[in-house]
Every structure is written in C-alpha cells, then in structure tokens.
Write a protein that binds this ligand. Structure first.
Ligand code: GLN
Length: 287
C-alpha cells in the first residue's frame, strides 16, 4: 500500500496486526493508539472522531518506525518518553526503572502513616522521582529528598520535579543513605524505597520491559535481598523515634524482609498486598 493511502483507521489496524503477529505485546490495540497519538500529537478521542483523516508521509514513517521498535520489544514508556504514575506524567528514559502501578501501593502506604505535618521523608533509589513526587503532590508541606546513585537518574528526577511543579522536592546523588547522619534537629520521619530486589538468575529478566531497564535498578545480590538489607540497616541508624521504613519487595520476600526488620529492632512490622494479591510492601516503625 502506498503510504499516502493510510488513513488513521488503516494505520491503527496495520499496527495492531503487526504487534499481534510479533507477539511481544500484551496490549496491541492500546499500544497502537498510544503510538499514533504520540506521532500525531493528538488525544486518542481525535483518532476515533476523525478515523478517515490521512497521515502525511512523514507521519507514516515516524509511526511505522515506532511500531517496529515496539514489535522488537522496546517498552512503550521509552517510545512515548513518559509514563503515568499516581496523578503525574513522568518523563522516563533508559537510565532508570519505568514506574510501575504496584509502586503506587507504596505511596498509599506512606500517605496512610501518622506522620508530622512537615515530615522529613527520604526516597532511596528514587529513579524517575516517582515516589518522592507522588508524595509531594499529596503532602506539599513534607520535606522530601530523593536519592539515587545514578547522576542521570538524579537529572531526570529533577526535570520531572520541574515539569510537575513540585520543585520543593530535593534530589541528590548518593549511595543509599550513607551520606546522612542522625541529627536531632532534623529528624527523619520516614524512609521509603523501591530498591532493586530481583535475583540475578530470575528468568523474568529476559522477558518484556525489564530487558530495557538498567540492571542496577532491578537486580540485587543475596537472592535480591542485598540492597534491602543495606537500606534497613541504615534506616535503623537514621530514623527518629516513631519513624517509619517502608519498602517495595518481591512477591516471595515478605517473610525475609519482615524477619530482617524485626531482627534490627523495628516494631509494628506488617506486609501489604498489591492489586494482584501479591505481598509487595513491608513496613516497620523504629521504636
Ligand atoms: N517490580 C519490578 C519487576 O518485577 C522490579 C522493580 C524492582 O526491582 N524494584 O519487574
């Protein structure tokens, strides 16, 4: 078919069929819509209001290149350059994890804690800044700092803070919380983290979006527990009395994380399930 014959409807049908054939994509129809909206810079309602409108040659070339990338497995978030998280649209790139819907449970968990009006909160391994920025969007008075070891991630999180108009959130480069000391004049009320927690041998690492995410954001030693261990240990040294630590972890790590927190002296240790009924978040309070 000559490219100029492509109406929006025909382009969508072609893309969907293409994505189905390759079989890498769980949601070919949605992804075809998202990629065409991205290419045309229009809302999805416009695709269906004017399905007969023709693509220009340049639009068609751009769109077919996006569909090809998607059919090779590139994450939709990387092709769009953004991902929705909580109420925010966040820029994403290959320097960090793509924010996941499960991680919204961690945000909800922290928001449900009884924290002071101007709580000091640290987000360790902040990546895009998703957790820190979502918390700030709900609690603008909190003093929130996001830490990441990657300077590219810190730059991305800062860019997201500006784009979301949440410049009160600070982002810094650091090795977990090792740059922090306990300070009675600036108590830390909550440490939150979605650290790497996947075992290096986990077969899921060779499937789907994770293939395009940095291993440093996904994989941890000691069966995925090494960074959780470091963060829990540091948190026990840093949190104010009554302060909270809340983690995301793998579906099969709740018992190990709970035991670790209890052993370090945390109290009120509890685990919460995500929307798929998998253990996903464990928290504990420093006595
Ligand atoms: N939940 C993500 C996954 O399983 C991993 C996120 C992480 O390691 N923090 O793909």
């Amino acid at each position: 078919m000559a490219s100029l014959d492509y109406s929006r409807a025909a382009a969508l049908a072609w893309a969907q069929a293409q994505l189905v054939v390759v079989g890498q994509d769980d949601s070919p129809k949605l992804d075809a819509d998202l990629l065409l909206c991205h290419q045309l810079e229009c809302a999805s309602a416009s695709l269906y209001a004017w399905p007969e409108k023709r693509l220009t040659d340049a639009q068609w070339q751009g769109f077919s290149a996006l569909v090809e990338q998607r059919s090779l497995g590139r994450p939709i978030a990387h092709l769009l350059g953004q991902q929705g998280f909580w109420s925010l649209d966040l820029a994403v790139d290959a320097s960090t994890l793509i924010p996941r819907p499960e991680t919204e449970l961690l945000v909800e968990t922290v928001l449900s804690l009884d924290l002071p009006a101007q709580a000091q909160v640290i987000d360790l391994g902040t990546g895009t800044g998703a957790i820190a920025l979502a918390l700030a969007s709900e609690q603008p008075q909190w003093q929130i700092t996001g830490i990441d070891q990657s300077s590219d991630a810190v730059a991305l999180a800062q860019k997201n803070a500006y784009a979301c108009d949440l410049q009160q959130v600070q982002f810094e480069q650091g090795d977990w919380a090792s740059g922090w000391v306990k300070d009675a004049l600036a108590p830390i009320h909550c440490i939150v983290s979605n650290p790497p927690y996947i075992d290096a041998k986990d077969p899921h690492l060779s499937q789907g979006d994770v293939r395009y995410e940095p291993l440093s954001a996904l994989v941890a030693g000691d069966h995925g527990m090494a960074d959780i261990h470091t963060i829990a240990q540091q948190s026990s040294q840093l949190l104010a009395t009554g302060g909270w630590l809340a983690f995301e972890h793998g579906y099969d790590q709740a018992a190990a994380v709970g035991q670790l927190l209890t052993r370090l002296g945390f109290v009120r240790v509890a685990t919460q399930k995500d929307y798929n009924s998998q253990d996903r978040v464990t928290l504990g309070q420093w006595p």
